[in-house]
Write a protein that binds this ligand. Structure first.
Ligand SMILES: Cc1cc2nc3c(=O)[nH]c(=O)nc-3n(C[C@H](O)[C@H](O)[C@H](O)COP(=O)(O)O)c2cc1C
Length: 152
């Protein structure tokens, strides 16, 4: 897809507590403290796979990297992932995030409702990308990296 250039990247980190705002928005996110030395992709919204390192369980995700400008005026960059297929909060777990595609720039929305509308679209596009050939290839690489077979 022309508008979704590949992002050949992954990072690992531990899930930490965020501001707790996402659940109220209907998009609870796992906030990931990237391991020191990680190369964090530039601020944007991405589709990607979430690998729970303790178990090898994989989730489909939409990842936000940025300072949450709709809500915050700081420059602090947050790495957050909304898992499409679980309501587990993942607190304290180590995860690998495997980026499949960049969806769009981060936007300072006029209202939380506008953000939620955009996030719903992001998740739909992300689902299609994860199911695509490229998405499956990234999944195979992710599973191989952690010594799992490509059965997800
Ligand atoms: C799919 C998705 C898209 C997002 N897009 C934006 C965005 O464009 N602008 C923005 O300010 N925050 C965006 N966010 C981040 C939210 O602001 C953030 O998840 C929310 O404030 C909850 O943060 P918390 O987990 O620290 O409570 C997005 C989050 C998700 C899951």
């Amino acid at each position: 897809m022309d508008d979704t250039p590949a992002v050949p990247a992954h990072l690992m980190g531990a899930v930490v507590r965020g501001a707790g705002r996402g659940r109220g928005l209907g998009f609870p996110t796992a906030n990931v403290a990237a391991d020191p030395g990680s190369r964090i992709p530039p601020p944007a919204i991405y589709s990607g796979w979430v690998v729970r390192l303790a178990t090898g369980v994989v989730h489909r995700g939409t990842i936000s990297i940025g300072s949450n400008p709709t809500f915050c005026d700081t420059e602090d960059v947050h790495v957050e992932v909304y898992c499409h297929d679980t309501s587990d909060n993942l607190y304290g777990e180590r995860v690998g995030l495997w980026f499949v595609a960049r969806l769009r720039d981060t936007v300072r929305f006029a209202s939380p409702d506008d953000l939620v509308r955009a996030a719903r679209q992001d998740v739909l596009r992300s689902e299609a990308l994860l199911a695509s050939d490229r998405g499956r290839r990234v999944l195979t690489r992710a599973l191989a990296a952690y010594g799992k077979t490509a059965s997800a």
